[in-house]
Design a protein around this ligand. Structure first.
Ligand SMILES: *Cc1c(COP(=O)(O)O)cnc(C)c1O
Length: 239
């Protein structure tokens, strides 16, 4: 193995052990939690190595970086998740390679995503991004809709051609009542997920938890964790 492949393999093994321990501690089966590796700022060559090491889900947050990377890895069987704040003028590009958009947080975006998915003849999985610290009717600083806006967006996604409502996503808030309380934040998201499933039973994905707080997410009931630095290393630049 190359040095980089060895490094990634070791990091992946450590993350895998953390997820497995968290599942065991929570009385959950390991296969209830899917690892998504966030490859933002890292090159396509790393994505290729990760694929060789068994990774099947990757995430990106900027279309400018993600589009060429996905193109360079088009021969690999990977599920691409888009997890960044999405401008409507990037939607057509994102709909060309993303399988899932986890950052759906406003109605205008849903219209654009639907049109782009239909045009590309693809079905896009969508998660509503929830900003647990956002005021009613507002969006979070890092994207996400306030909790009282979930239902409306979910109904729009469910009715939109080319889109599939898959569940909810959040990033632990840095401010407000959930600041520093990841476990409570993720448990709140899981409550919103239960409510959502009353109307949309198939929308059972709960995407929560990153390198620093994946244990809290698994304990709370997350189905997907999004891990970047713990697998790839500290990012060379902000992303
Ligand atoms: C970067 C990013 C992650 C991964 O964060 P790490 O701390 O590097 O694990 C997860 N989710 C989103 C939305 C991100 O932008």
């Amino acid at each position: 193995m190359t040095d980089r492949k060895t490094e990634l393999a070791e990091n992946l093994a450590r993350v895998e052990e953390r997820i497995a321990s968290a599942c065991a501690a929570a009385g959950r089966r390991r296969d209830e939690v899917t690892l998504i590796v966030v490859t933002k700022t890292y090159p396509a060559s790393d994505v290729r190595l990760l694929h060789a090491l068994g990774v099947r889900h990757v995430a990106e947050n900027r279309d400018q970086d993600a589009a060429p990377k996905a193109a360079a890895c088009a021969d690999l069987d990977l599920t691409w998740h888009f997890v960044g704040q999405l401008q409507t003028n990037k939607v057509r590009s994102v709909a060309g390679y993303a399988d899932m958009v986890q950052s759906v947080d406003r109605s205008k975006l849903i219209g654009s995503l639907s049109a782009a998915a239909v045009r590309a003849e693809r079905e896009l999985g969508c998660l509503i991004q929830v900003a647990l610290d956002a005021e009613s009717g507002a969006r979070g600083e890092r994207g996400g809709v306030a909790p009282d806006g979930i239902e409306e967006l979910a109904a729009l996604v469910a009715e939109a051609p080319g889109l599939r409502l898959d569940g909810l996503m959040t990033v632990a808030p840095l401010a407000g009542e959930y600041a520093g309380r990841q476990r409570a934040a993720f448990e709140r998201l899981v409550e919103f997920s239960s409510r959502l499933r009353a109307d949309h039973p198939a929308a059972n994905m709960v995407s929560a938890g990153m390198s620093a707080d994946l244990e809290e997410a698994v304990a709370a009931g997350a189905t997907h964790v999004r891990v970047g630095t713990a697998v790839l290393g500290v990012r060379p630049r902000l992303g």
